[in-house]
Design a binder for this molecule. Structure first.
Ligand code: BTN
Length: 247
């Protein structure tokens, strides 16, 4: 049985993830979706601010109650990355790519979307998860904030308001398909083919320590397999590291 989506729409909220987590704690059912025009306190991985100005982006969170072990939580993020990337591509305005583990970029290496999944554990299994997705639909009239202006991009250069609902419904449909059979990892091959850092020279950063290495593979648990300069092979877990591409 697929997800039964129930969409709640807000004009403004601090963060759709915070709102959704509160609802999840109060037993809101799986499939509850919170969409906001504007977030005053949107955030991403590692507590970073996520720029969410009014009516220029699609900001939403989905409450999930997957019956999976905690160690498989990353499958939610990676399934969502494929769903978002395919949904963006269906508009034929760009060929989007995935930057491991949770970002979607366009072909000009600009970040279009960030994904943040926050999970509550019950023992070693997931109690609930809140999947938050933020997509830059159009360039804000005043441009992107200084801190992100060099890395951020927008999906549409010729944006029309109806695209927002169309994109949301494409994402929800595709995510439902992958989520229905999450542990089969049927989205793995597509993720792999869209993951543009495989084969690249990168720096991985852990506890402020920077290690240069080459990305050689992605395993089926979506760990990045890298080789360091002294030929050590490491499997990087996304919870612990961030990766910067060396140009
Ligand atoms: C990242 O870039 O590290 C992830 C960004 C996730 C942003 C989305 S927008 C909707 C939801 N609400 C939040 O506060 N964050 C997520």
């Amino acid at each position: 049985m697929g997800l039964n989506y129930n969409i709640i729409r807000l004009n403004e909220v601090d963060s759709t993830n915070i709102y959704a987590k509160n609802k999840a704690k109060n037993n809101a059912p799986e499939g509850t979706v919170i969409v906001a025009d504007h977030q005053s306190g949107g955030y991403g991985r590692m507590g970073r601010h996520f720029f969410s100005p009014d009516k220029t982006g699609l900001y939403f969170s989905i409450i999930l109650r997957p019956d999976i072990p905690a160690r498989d939580a990353l499958l939610i993020t990676t399934a969502a990355a494929v769903a978002v990337s395919e949904a963006i591509d269906s508009f034929n305005v760009t060929r989007s790519q995935i930057k491991w583990v949770n970002d979607i970029y366009n072909e000009d290496n600009k970040k279009l979307c960030g994904i943040l999944c926050e999970a509550a554990l019950v023992g070693e299994r997931l109690g609930y998860a809140v999947l938050g997705i933020g997509i830059n639909l159009k360039m804000p009239d005043s441009g992107f904030d200084d801190e992100i202006k060099d890395i951020a991009g927008a999906v549409f250069s010729d944006y029309k308001e109806e695209y927002k609902e169309m994109l949301l419904s494409e994402i929800l449909k595709r995510f439902d398909f992958y989520y229905s059979d999450l542990q089969s990892r049927k989205f793995y091959n597509i993720y792999y083919s869209k993951c543009f850092i495989i084969g690249k020279e990168v720096d991985y950063i852990h506890n402020n320590k920077v290690t240069p290495c080459t990305v050689i593979d992605l395993d089926r648990d979506f760990r990045l397999i890298v080789q360091t300069k002294n030929k050590t092979i490491l499997a990087l877990d996304s919870g612990e590291v961030s990766v910067k591409i060396r140009s």
